[in-house]
Structures are given as C-alpha cells and as structure tokens.
Design a protein around this ligand. Structure first.
Ligand SMILES: [Zn+2]
Length: 287
C-alpha cells in the first residue's frame, strides 16, 4: 500500500495552538481524528485538553485496530475505554464538555479494505469502476438543525454570534452520546457501536482517503468542486496540494462573507492510500 499524508498542521501558520487534528499511520491501518473545539471560557472538567485527548485516542485506536480479531468498532470502543482509564482519576469525565473527537479509521489486508467513521470525519473510496463512495456521518447536523443553520449565518469575531455559538455548543454536547442523540468519541466506549462501518474487496479499490472535515471544505461547505474533483486533486497534487487549495480558498474569504462559517480556518488532516498491485510494481521497476 502506498500511503501519503499531509501533516496535521494547525489552521494557519500564525496559529500557535497545537493542532487538534491527528494522523496516526501504522502497518495496515490509518487513523485520522479531529478534536472538537471548546469555546473559550467554558470548563471541560479535564486538565489535559483536547489535543492530548485526541493524540491518546488516535494512538490507542491505531494500535488496537492492528489486531484482526477486533472489529474496528470494538477496537475504537476499547481505545475510548483505555483513554478514559488514563484520566478518570484526575478529571471529571461526566462533564459533557469533556474532550471529544470525530474519528475516521481505515484498515486493510491483502484482500479487503475496512473503514469506520464516527461524527463528521470522512473516508472516501475511489473504486476501479470510477465510482466514488463517501462515508460521512451527518447525523449531528440532522439532529441539531438550528445549530447547523446558525453556523451558516455565523460571522467569526462577532460578539453576539460567538455568544450564541457558545450556548448552542453547550446544548449540543449535553445531547450527545445518549440515546436519541448523535455520537462522537468522548469518554463513553459505547459510542463506538454507533459508528458507520463498511468494507470493500481491495481489488475494487483504486485509492482511498481518510480525512477530517477541515480537509473536505472545498466540497462542503465551499462547493468549489465535488468529490470526484477532490479525488482528482489528491491523485494529482497529493494531500499537501489539497490542503494548500483549502488554505487558499479560506484566505480569499477572510471575513467569512462568501462562506459563513464558525472558523475562518479549520485544522485539517488527510491521508491518501493506493494499493500497489504486483503488475504496477513490476512496471515501476522497469522504469
Ligand atoms: Zn483529562
């Protein structure tokens, strides 16, 4: 498998934060996690922070996913449990603002590709028959239409918009990870059972990509291209080229007037993978 990743940098070069997006690549599997931002001034009950949580969870999830006896949902559930145990004694993990992350996992062997998606991270599979499958969990948007609509009207830096966003974020987190709500990786291992999972015969896969929503902004919400276009960019320009295009687009709309959004720039991470078949290997050797 040829694997190429764009390092999970922060939203912009001037941004001193630690990126809350994390990429973890292990033999036979890839994990991309996107830590959920916490509005300033809101307590989370955790003394470690979102970047710590996301790195811990990515490492555990990628390590456990290497065990073929575990389904990807079981691997993620065990990883959430392991991270919970790592800070249960120091932090209030029943606080709904406790660190949380969206998750996209891909695992492969010589025959098959498997994926898992929880919340708005994505897996994009480009098949050999030229069709594209996008796996993204949009249940959160469906459950909180008011919040989604608010995001579409949001002006970053506007005090009233920021205050409203804070209130809605608190309400959204309180409704998550409970029956009838949407699910995200937080401190409840059972959330993994609500992830979207699937698999495909590896012979039918031309390439696949695992990414955070920040890397998919050219398609949604910017609508500058479609999934085919995004796959084309990944093929031609690689993950770094894709993220460069995202940053350029964000930069042309610095005041978020054309594309209203909560964050002018978003952390972004993407890994692009392509099975290297014996014939292609031979051809590469010959040239
Ligand atoms: Zn903690």
């Amino acid at each position: 498998m040829a694997v190429e990743a764009a390092p999970a940098g922060t939203a912009s070069r001037e941004d001193p934060r630690l990126s809350e997006d994390v990429v973890c690549i292990e033999p036979g599997c890839v994990a991309v996690l996107d830590g959920a931002s916490v509005p300033e001034g809101i307590g989370t009950g955790c003394c470690h922070g979102t970047a710590w949580y996301t790195r811990q969870l990515a490492a555990h999830a990628a390590a456990l996913a290497q065990n073929p006896r575990f389904g990807l949902d079981e691997a993620l559930g065990r990883a959430i449990g392991a991270v919970r145990a790592a800070h249960d004694s120091t932090c209030d993990l029943d606080n709904p603002m406790s660190p949380s992350a969206t998750v996209a996992l891909a695992r492969w062997n010589s025959e098959c590709l498997q994926w898992l998606v929880l919340a708005d991270a994505l897996v994009l599979v480009e098949r050999t028959d030229d069709t594209i499958e996008v796996v993204q969990d949009l249940r959160d948007d469906a459950l909180t239409p008011e919040l989604s609509a608010r995001a579409r009207r949001h002006t970053p830096g506007d005090a009233r918009d920021e205050a409203r966003w804070r209130d809605h974020t608190v309400a959204q987190r309180a409704a998550r990870n409970r029956p009838g709500g949407s699910w995200i990786a937080r401190s409840e291992p059972e959330a993994a059972g609500h992830a979207l999972t699937g698999s495909v015969d590896l012979r039918r896969v031309r390439s696949f990509a695992v990414m955070s929503d920040g890397a998919a902004r050219l398609v949604t919400p910017f609508a500058l291209t479609d999934w085919n276009g995004l796959a084309h960019t990944l093929r031609e320009e690689g993950p770094a080229g894709l993220l460069e295009q995202v940053r350029t687009a964000e930069g042309t709309d610095g005041d978020a007037a054309r594309w209203p959004r909560v964050k002018r720039h978003d952390d972004a991470a993407v890994v692009h993978c392509a099975p290297v078949r014996p014939r292609e290997r031979a051809r590469r050797r010959d040239h």
